[in-house]
Design a protein around this ligand. Structure first.
Ligand SMILES: Nc1ncnc2c1ncn2[C@@H]1O[C@H](COP(=O)(O)OP(=O)(O)OP(=O)(O)O)[C@@H](O)[C@H]1O
Length: 822
């Protein structure tokens, strides 16, 4: 945003400067014009001569010409203009007289001090490069790398990459931008990357359509997707009320659309190849495939790292990098049900930790040095075989996890032999130069796998849903250069944390199935992709506001909730209580029919202040910011929600029906599209459609919540507030809490067994002592009483935890069953 504003100021300043220069150059400058014309001719830019000459511009204004894009139509022309200026030594050092800006231009300079000043301080080239965000690689090749790179058959020079990008107009809006700035050789978004950052777009959204498969062909299913350049149309068959069929067209534009005949090679060239050089400039790149099961995500992603390794290794073999002792490392892991597993180490469970510098480390993850392509293929095959898969109707080998393959370029750090022996992992240590992560996401529709399947599948689905939402939010924050990146929204985004800070590049490949039966999922995928695309600041930010599928505050809340669920669970969760033995006994005695489901819980006395504040808002839309939300609003764990619900009911079944009613209130409404809306929908259909939010996991509709609560008896304010607060969050929002509670339960169970064994040892000791002649029976009784109390307390604590967890499972089940079908 700030950068964007600076760009605008700069452009304004440039215009002023240029205008000033034009005004200043008088007709008495004809000799200069002739010289100028010759200079331009020598650079093959004679066609630019006439406007320059007619304007009476001298060499000192060439920078302005270039900044304006005046006359120069192509990247090549710009380069030539730039070289000409360099040859003319326009840096001022040898200029016959120092350039004195006009009053107007100096004012302009003053307003943009620090940006233009280099040109006039004698560093013109740098200023130009800043202005046009030329690629570092180019700087590197011109100024750093003395030996030229071997041209890669797959990897064009960075300029070529620009041109390739540019030659594929990203979307209509881009085209408009290009029309407005005909001389700009840089694609949308690239111009906006600040300073010397790489000119490869920060976010690129590409769609790939697969061909109809045998099954679909056998069923005589139609291909409902037509592709044209960078846009595509989905032809959806619908039924009128009188059951006559009609066709509804949905049009979408993306940075690139790859049809069914496009090879994996071409996919690589469109997506990853332009990013490869940036990896050597401290870029963290992420490429992820999104789409329903069977749409071709794995098919698309699998070859990409192999091709990337090929190019990375080619670059690494260049003397400049070889001398720096840069090496390439590979790791492959999956996120399944919110947990991390190493796919190259027998699915060893991994732990994620943050170090003191808030760097995410995956403890125990094996990294392998990559020295040849065959090894990479083997690793990928090995890892893919270990991946969590299952069978779905659409895909026999359906992925149930997010698989992440990372290629990291590191500067090799010599490790002393002794240290190496102490820790094998040291070998892979080195200073990270750049990284690229390939993510094969689990099928997007798995988020909807919450109704018909078993609990495990539903939990998987909810976790996937949450991570996809979090991913989208992170990309949004990333592209807006926000200070706060909500990477804690899910394990997936947490793991990718370092890809969301600093210099990053993201490529999203949305995979779609062409058959009619997949129409709804295809539309969901395209809407998600469109949403990601429109989140780009380089896209139309208004779209974001106008067609936001959720009110912003609502989204914040939903995210805040999911963050809460994932992060603050520990804070909110009441740690296993230090049971007072006497009190515990009293409780157990009092409730003779004590059961796990009947356990009493502490009544929370204070409701989270931000919840209260939110619901007081007249608009009915809460404005909990993420940070605010994170501080105190979780009702998703530690028994707050579930315990309150338990308390408010006498028995579970009835409780369940109560909840079902509540869930209905909080479920997102599905937007009904009236026939009348259709004609004007087409233009911006993708955005408007997204109001249906079917690609967005269920979130609490606070507006509904609010109205539902205010419609109740006003005299019952306290209970109304209570009701409101006890509304369970959506399944996506408490899934993290559920997973963490599961982890905590297992840990607590282990601890309980250890404690019990310790107690049994003490009991054996007591028995041995009491059997001795002359033993003190009083002593035995006291000690036995104490030991048994401890034993009971341990059991009660575990039972309480189990009860909470059982309840949470039930609650989650109800929530998921009540979700609006997609
Ligand atoms: N572009 C394509 N050209 C030819 N075949 C394809 C293409 N894309 C996918 N397929 C085939 O479709 C089937 C399903 O693809 P794939 O396993 O990649 O789907 P997926 O999106 O990864 O599914 P899931 O999410 O269930 O893992 C595979 O047999 C694959 O070979």
């Amino acid at each position: 945003m700030g950068g964007h504003m600076q760009q605008q100021t700069t452009n304004a300043a440039t215009t002023a400067l240029y205008d000033g220069a034009l005004n200043n150059a008088g007709p008495g400058n004809e000799a200069g014009d002739a010289v100028m014309a010759r200079w331009l001719q020598s650079a093959g830019l004679q066609h630019l001569g006439s406007p320059v000459a007619s304007a009476g511009v001298d060499q000192r204004h060439l920078p302005n010409l270039l900044m304006q894009g005046y006359g120069a139509q192509t990247a090549e022309e710009k380069q030539r203009l730039f070289k000409l200026m360099r040859n003319l030594n326009l840096n001022g050092e040898s200029a016959s007289e120092p350039y004195t800006p006009t009053g107007q231009s100096s004012a302009a300079m003053a307003s943009s001090d620090g940006f233009y000043s280099p040109e006039f301080r004698g560093d013109f080239g740098a200023g130009l490069l800043d202005l046009h965000a030329m690629d570092d690689t180019e700087l590197l090749s011109e100024h750093v790398i003395s030996e030229p790179f071997e041209p890669s058959p797959f990897m064009p020079s960075v300029n070529q990459a620009f041109e390739e990008d540019f030659s594929v107009p990203a979307n209509q809006q881009q085209r408009q931008e290009q029309d407005a700035e005909p001389s700009s050789p840089f694609p949308r978004g690239e111009k906006e990357s600040s300073g010397r950052e790489n000119s490869v777009a920060k976010i690129k959204v590409v769609v790939r359509k697969r061909p109809l498969n045998k099954k679909e062909t056998a069923k005589k299913e139609d291909d409902i997707i037509s592709v044209s350049n960078n846009s595509l149309t989905v032809h959806e068959t619908k039924l009128k009320v009188d059951l006559t069929a009609y066709m509804e067209k949905h049009e979408f534009c993306f940075d690139a659309v790859l049809g069914e005949h496009v090879s994996n090679d071409e996919v690589y060239r469109t997506t990853i190849e332009p990013i490869i050089p940036t990896i050597f400039q401290r870029t963290k790149a992420t490429c992820f495939a999104y789409g329903q099961t069977g749409s071709g995500k794995t098919f698309t992603m699998k070859p990409l790292p192999i091709r990337a390794v090929q190019d990375l290794m080619r670059m690494l073999s260049q003397p400049v990098y070889r001398d720096q002792r840069l090496k390439l490392w590979l790791s492959y892991f999956e996120i399944y049900g919110g947990k991390l597993y190493d796919l190259l180490s027998e699915r060893k469970k991994l732990c994620m930790r943050e170090d003191g510098r808030q760097q995410v480390c995956i403890v125990g993850l094996q990294e392998f040095e990559v020295s040849d392509i065959q090894i990479v293929k083997d690793f990928i095959d090995k890892g893919s075989a270990s991946r969590s898969t299952g069978s779905t109707g659409a895909n026999e080998e359906s992925s149930r996890s997010h698989a992440i393959l990372q290629l990291v370029v590191k500067k090799h750090v010599e490790v002393k032999e002794t240290r190496r022996n102490n820790n094998d992992n040291n070998e892979s240590r080195g200073k990270v130069v750049g990284k690229i992560s390939f993510i094969d996401l689990a099928g997007s529709e798995r988020g909807a796998d919450t109704t018909d399947n078993d609990r495990q599948t539903r939990i998987e689905g909810a976790e996937i849903n949450k991570s996809l939402l979090a991913l989208k939010e992170c990309i949004r924050a990333l592209d807006n250069d926000q200070l706060h990146i909500p990477f804690r929204g899910s394990k997936l985004t947490e793991v990718l944390r370092d890809s969301f800070v600093g210099n990053s590049r993201t490529v999203m490949i949305s995979c779609i199935s062409p058959n009619e039966g997949s129409c709804e999922h295809t539309l969901n995928t395209l809407r998600y992709a469109d949403r990601v695309k429109s989140l780009s600041k380089s896209g139309n930010s208004k779209k974001d506001q106008t067609f936001n599928p959720l009110p912003p505050a609502n989204k914040d809340v939903s995210l805040a909730s999911s963050q809460l669920a994932s992060n603050d669970a520990e804070d909110v969760f009441e740690p296993p209580q230090e049971y007072n033995v006497q009190e515990t006994w009293r409780r157990v005695e009092k409730d003779s029919s004590y059961s796990t489901s009947g356990i009493e819980f502490k009544q929370p006395t204070n409701y989270p202040s931000s919840y209260q504040a939110s619901f007081k808002e007249e608009s009915g839309i809460p404005s909990i910011s993420m940070d605010r939300g994170r501080s105190d609003t979780s009702n998703s764990f530690g028994g707050s929600t579930s315990q309150r619900i338990l308390q408010s009911s006498s028995s579970y079944p009835q409780d369940a029906s109560d909840q079902e009613e509540k869930v209905r209130k909080v479920s997102p409404t599905r937007r009904k599209v009236s026939r009348e809306e259709k004609p004007e929908r087409h233009q911006n259909l993708s955005k408007r459609d997204s109001i249906g939010a079917s690609d967005v996991p269920a979130t609490i509709n606070f507006r509904q919540l609010n109205s539902s609560t205010t419609s109740q008896n006003s005299s019952d304010a306290a209970s109304r507030q209570y009701e409101t607060i006890t509304e369970p969050p959506s399944v996506d929002e408490n899934i993290s809490a559920l997973l963490e509670e599961e982890e905590a339960l297992i840990t607590a169970h282990r601890k309980e067994i250890e404690d019990t064994m310790e107690i049994v040892r003490e009991e054996m000791k007591l028995l041995a002592e009491v059997d001795r002649p002359g033993s003190m029976i009083d002593n035995y009784v006291t000690q036995l009483s104490f030991v048994l109390s401890r034993k009971a307390a341990g059991l009660v604590s575990l039972q309480a935890r189990l009860a909470r967890f059982q309840h949470r499972l039930k609650e989650q089940e109800i929530l998921s069953r009540k979700r609006v079908p997609r």
